[in-house]
Structure formats: structure tokens, C-alpha cells
Design a protein around this ligand. Structure first.
Ligand SMILES: Nc1ncnc2c1ncn2[C@@H]1O[C@H](COP(=O)(O)OP(=O)(O)O)[C@@H](O)[C@H]1O
Ligand SMILES: [Mg+2]
Length: 278
């Protein structure tokens, strides 16, 4: 189905063709500009439920912007984003679509969790409270349920004994594992990971990646992951998207992208990452 900007176009691309059930996330001709700078240029891509997709590409190619749009931290300039066949960047109004309101976005983003390069834990709260806040205030869990969930998730990330610690008492790697537990506490269908090991001392990287491998293996959560950890990307992702200047330069199975890249831009990007010691 050709993309359309007409307000009558209220169905996700592919829905009428019957293929939308295998698409959880759809970017349809998404443009994002900051002033004169076009960061995403008529971007089309989709992600299937349970799929794990790694985004690679040079700094400034728009990877973080894609995650921030999904986290509703930014608004698109043109085009549409759909989640699970429903409008996400927009909402239905009459027979058409209008840009999503704050309350619509708040509802929709409950399904999505994000972990950032900087862990962004609340420094004045215990680990338990960091993890419990959103489930209590956004999902309406009781304190007991939320506390139990916090304990389970801390066990999962190997920090069951740190529940009453404060973030400043933890290493960067431990803080990032708490941040992963905090994102999972919302039981998101989609987990967004933006260079989650880039701010860590090298010896702490493996522990965090092991936790994410475990999450990948034991859940059917859909993952969009920006990383320079190519070994991890190769192990965990079903598909790799190579971005350049806000467009997809190349995409494919990790074995193909890392083992036999076709595009010159992919080759030179991978070479530069290798030279930087990853
Ligand atoms: N809030 C903003 N205001 C202006 N420019 C921005 C903003 N956020 C990102 N950019 C620009 O958008 C481009 C893409 O950024 P980003 O998505 O962070 O790229 P990546 O994550 O691939 O490094 C960069 O040129 C960046 O400077
Ligand atoms: Mg980035």
C-alpha cells in the first residue's frame, strides 16, 4: 500500500493486506527535523512481535532519535508511527487521524520501556523504590505487589541482595542492571536499549550484556537495541539495520551484515568500530 498523508488513511500499512499482525512497530515515511536539520528522512521500517533488532551506524545517523520517538520523548515532523496496528504518533479523530495528545501518548507508552546510556536512577531513592515507582504510580500496582516484582527482577539481574542499597553504593554496571530491572518492572512489550554499556568501565560491560542475553532468551519481549557491541548484536539480534544519515543503508541477518556487508558505508563503519577496540 503506498504511503499517504491524507487524513482518511487511518489503517496501518499492511493491515488491509493482512500482514499487519506480523508487525508490532511500523515507521511509515517518518520524517524528523530539528529546525533545518533533517535527522530522519522518510524512514520506513517495521519490527515483528518478539523480534530483536540492532541499530548500528555512525554517530549522528539518527539511531537515538528513533528510540526517543518511540519513547514519546520527541514528536515526528511528518509520517506516521504505528504500534500493533494502532496509530501511535497520531490518534483517531472522526474519520481521520490527528497528532496524538499527551494523554493518548501516556497511555500508549506504557507498553514501551527504555534503558539509556546514562542510567538515570533516582539518586535519593533505594533500588527497591527506583523499581517500584512506575509500577505503583503508572500501572496502579499495590506497594506489596510492586515490591515483590522488584525483588524478582533484582534476582534476575543478579542483584537480589542490593534491594535496599542506594544507587551511589553500586558500581556503574550494577546501576545499569537496576535500570534494566526498572524498565522490565513495567512489563513492557517493547524494550529500547540505547548504548547501555557505552558509559561503563570495560570490565563491567560483560555482566550487563549477560543480563540482556538472559532477557532475550527467557522472554518474548521485542527489542530495539543501539549498540557498538558487535558480538552481542550478533548473538542476540534477528536483524541488523545499518543507518546512515537518517536512512537505512543496509539491513540483514547479523551473520550477513557483520560477515559479508554489501554496502561500502557498512564496511567502513564496521572497520571504524573494530579499530576503536570493540
Ligand atoms: N534535540 C535536538 N536538537 C537539535 N538537534 C538534535 C537534537 N537531538 C538530536 N539532534 C541531532 O540529530 C542528529 C541525530 O542524532 P541522534 O539520533 O542522537 O544520532 P545517533 O544516536 O545515531 O548518534 C544529530 O545530528 C544530532 O545532533
Ligand atoms: Mg545515539
Amino acid at each position: 500500500m503506498p504511503p499517504s498523508d491524507t487524513p482518511e488513511n487511518t489503517t496501518a500499512p499492511g493491515v488491509e493486506g493482512g500482514s499487519a499482525e506480523d508487525k508490532l512497530i511500523v515507521f511509515d515515511q517518518v520524517v524528523k527535523r530539528f529546525g533545518d536539520l533533517t535527522v530522519l528522512d522518510h524512514l520506513d521500517f517495521s519490527v515483528a512481535p518478539g523480534e530483536r533488532v540492532t541499530l548500528i551506524g555512525p554517530s549522528g545517523s539518527g539511531k537515538t532519535t528513533i528510540l526517543r520517538l518511540l519513547m514519546t520523548l520527541e514528536k515526528i515532523t511528518e509520517g506516521h508511527i504505528w504500534i500493533d496496528g494502532e496509530p501511535f504518533s497520531h490518534m483517531p479523530r472522526g474519520s481521520g487521524l490527528v497528532p496524538a495528545s499527551e494523554s493518548y501518548l501516556r497511555q500508549k507508552r506504557k507498553r514501551i520501556g527504555m534503558v539509556f546510556q546514562q542510567f538515570n536512577l533516582f539518586p535519593n531513592m533505594t533500588v527497591r523504590k527506583n523499581i517500584m515507582e512506575a509500577p505503583v504510580h503508572v500501572l496502579g500496582l499495590s506497594r506489596d505487589e510492586a515490591s515483590e516484582r522488584a525483588q524478582e527482577l533484582l534476582d534476575l539481574v543478579g542483584l537480589g541482595d542490593k534491594i535496599d542499597a542506594h544507587p551511589t553504593q553500586l558500581s556503574g554496571g550494577q546501576q545499569q542492571r537496576v535500570a534494566i530491572a526498572r524498565a522490565l518492572a513495567m512489563r513492557p512489550e517493547i524494550l529500547l536499549l540505547d548504548e547501555v554499556t557505552s558509559a561503563l568501565d570495560p570490565e563491567l560491560v560483560a555482566g550487563v550484556l549477560d543480563v540482556l542475553r538472559e532477557v532475550a532468551e527467557t522472554t518474548d519481549i521485542t527489542m530495539l537495541c543501539v549498540t557498538h557491541e558487535m558480538g552481542f548484536a550478533r548473538d542476540v539480534s534477528h536483524r541488523v539495520l545499518m543507518f546512515d544519515k537518517g536512512q537505512i543503508a543496509e539491513e540483514g541477518h547479523p551473520d550477513q551484515i557483520f560477515g559479508d556487508p554489501r554496502e561500502e558505508r557498512t564496511k567502513s563503519f564496521l572497520k571504524s568500530v573494530l579499530e576503536n577496540g570493540h
